[in-house]
Write a protein that binds this ligand. Sequence first.
Ligand code: 5GP
Ligand code: MG
Ligand code: MG
Length: 182
Amino acid sequence: MVDYTLKEIISAKDIQNRVKELARDIEEDYRNREVSEVIFVGILKGAFIFLADLLRNLNLPAKVDFMRISTYGLNTVSSEEIKITKDIELDIRDKHVLLVEDIVDTGYSLKWVVDYLLTKKPASLKVCVFIDKKERRRCAVEVDYVGFTVEQGFLVGYGLDYSEKYRHLPGIYEVCFSGVRT
Ligand code: 5GP
Ligand code: MG
Ligand code: MG
């Protein structure tokens, strides 16, 4: 059994403030480009709370869709082998799409999803991630909006899980492993 504790690194209040700022930036950018409708595509499951909070803070005509991809399963290691387990259902051809993701770590999964969505020929595709683990990037991928930049650590809360736990927490916590018991 693995022992660990959770250490808060971003409070619920800081998250709510930052999401409001992000929503303002997004709204302003799309308005300046005279885009009349945006399709938000959230990556399940991690981005569901972030996407909901963003939308509630935006005053922009929006549609919502989701996709889900699988890596190796429930472990914490990102994989380079990716499959779609739920595709988007809206037709995004010639539409303005904002992809909403929880975390970009190595960048492999985000890059893969961006390339996939581009094959559907949207009018534009922008990317918004809640957390950018910049230091760990191994694959170049352009991110247009970032909530927070975090250097390292395995994070949970605000939609992010550890073996499906802790998604409900309103803040972001680092999982601190304190030792291994057998
Ligand atoms: P990447 O392909 O960028 O390495 O992996 C990104 C995906 O791995 C994220 O979308 C997320 O689902 C998962 N991931 C990466 N880092 C973390 C983390 O600190 N906590 C959690 N819960 N998931 C993470
Ligand atoms: Mg994810
Ligand atoms: Mg996960």
